[in-house]
Design a protein around this ligand. Structure first.
Ligand code: NAD
Length: 298
C-alpha cells in the first residue's frame, strides 16, 4: 500500500531518504527552508511544497529529518505542523534529538490527535542514498507497524526499541559505546607505537581476540590494516567528528538528567567536543587518534 508522505528537512540525509520513498512508489511532498535542497529533491520526484504545513495537509504520514530537537518542536508547535495535519496522521521523527525532546514531541503529537514514532537512524549519508539505513524506533506497536513499510523503503533494518523516546535512547547508547571503543582502540595503537609494536601485528592479534570491535575491524583508526577505513584516505568521513560530538552531547544530557555516572562516556563527550571544534571539524571521528599521541604528533 502506498502512502502520501510529507517529508520535512531535505538535507544530506532527508534528501536521499525522500528520494527512496518516491522510488518505492509513495507520493512525497517535501519542504526545506533551503531552496536548493528543495530543488534537488524535486529532481528526484518529490513534489515541492510552499511550506511544511502545506506539505502536511494532504499527508497520511509526516517525516521530519531536522538538525535538533528545537527544530522539531518549533515546527510541530509554533510553526503549526500539528495543527495543519489531518487527525490521526502518523508523525515519524527521524532526526537525532534529545530523549527528553523526543518525549515532549510524542506528547504534543498525541495531544493534537495524531500518532507518533521516534525513528533515528544509523548508516550515514551513504546508507541514506543506498536505502540501507538502520532505524531505531520508539512508540506504540501499532505506530511501528504502520511505519514499517516506509522504513523498509529507506533502510535495511528497523528495530522497535520500546515506547516514546526509546529509539533516541538506543541511538545515543550505541554511539556512546562506539565513541568509547574508538578512543580505546586509538589509545591501544598509540601505546603500541611507543612500545615499537607494529600496527598490523596489533591488528592481527586484537581483531581475532577479545579486543575485537567495529572501531577496530571496520573503522580502524590507523592506515593499513583495514584498507577501506577512513584512515586510508586522510580521514575523510565516514562518520564526521562533529556528528559524533553532537550525539555524545545528547548522551551527556541524558546521563546528567538520569543521574547516571559514566566517566568514560562523559570523557568521550568532552574529547570529541574539543576535537570537533578544532582539527576534527571536517574529519572522520577515527581521526581522534591524532590527538592522543604524545605532543599531539601525527
Ligand atoms: P542537514 O543539515 O544536511 O539537513 C537538515 C535540513 O533541515 C537542512 O536542509 C535544513 O535546511 C532543514 N531544516 C531545518 N529547519 C527546518 C524547518 N523548520 N523546516 C524545513 N526544513 C528545515 O543535516 P543531516 O546531515 O541531513 O542530518 C539530519 C539529522 O540526521 C540530524 O539530526 C543528524 O544528527 C541525523 N543524522 C545524520 C547523519 C549523517 O551522517 N549526516 C547520520 C545519522 C543521523
Amino acid at each position: 500500500m502506498t502512502s502520501t508522505v510529507a517529508f520535512i528537512g531535505l538535507g544530506h540525509m532527508g534528501g536521499p531518504m525522500a528520494a527512496n520513498l518516491v522510488k518505492a512508489g509513495h507520493r512525497v511532498l517535501g519542504f526545506d527552508l533551503v531552496a536548493d535542497q528543495l530543488a534537488a529533491a524535486a529532481a528526484a520526484g518529490v513534489e515541492p511544497a510552499a511550506s511544511a504545513a502545506d506539505a502536511a495537509t494532504p499527508a497520511d504520514v509526516v517525516i521530519t529529518m531536522l538538525p535538533a530537537g528545537r527544530h522539531v518542536l518549533a515546527l510541530y508547535r509554533e510553526q503549526g505542523l500539528l495543527a495543519a495535519a489531518r487527525p490521526g496522521t502518523l508523525f515519524i521523527d527521524c532526526s537525532t534529538i534529545d530523549v527528553a525532546d523526543a518525549r515532549t514531541a510524542h506528547a504534543a503529537v498525541v495531544e493534537a490527535g495524531h500518532r507518533a514514532l521516534d525513528a533515528p537512524v544509523s548508516g550515514g549519508v551513504m546508507g541514506a542514498e543506498a536505502g540501507t539505513l538502520t532505524f531505531m524506533a520508539g512508540g506504540g506497536e501499532a505506530e511501528f507497524a504502520a511505519a514499517e513499510p516506509l522504513l523498509d523503503a529507506m533502510g535495511k533494518k528497523a528495530v522497535h526499541c520500546g515506547t516514546a523516546g526509546a529509539g533516541q535512547a538506543a541511538k545515543i547508547c550505541n554511539n556512546m559505546i562506539l565513541a568509547v571503543s574508538m578512543i580505546g582502540v586509538s589509545e591501544a595503537f598509540v601505546l603500541a607505537e611507543s612500545l615499537g609494536l607494529d600496527h598490523q601485528a596489533l591488528y592481527d592479534v586484537a581483531s581475532t581476540a577479545s579486543g575485537q570491535c567495529w572501531a577496530l575491524t571496520t573503522n580502524c583508526p590507523v592506515p593499513g590494516p583495514v584498507p577501506a577505513s577512513p584512515a586510508n584516505r586522510d580521514y575523510r568521513p565516514g562518520f564526521a567528528a562533529p556528528l559524533m560530538a553532537k550525539d555524545l552531547g545528547l548522551a551527556a544530557n541524558a546521563l546528567r538528567a538520569g543521574g547516571v555516572e559514566a566517566p568514560l562516556g562523559l570523557k568521550a563527550a568532552e574529547l570529541y567536543a574539543a576535537f570537533a571544534e578544532g582539527e576534527g571539524a571536517g574529519l572522520d571521528f577515527s581521526a581522534i587518534v591524532r590527538t592522543l599521541r604524545p605532543q599531539n604528533g601525527t
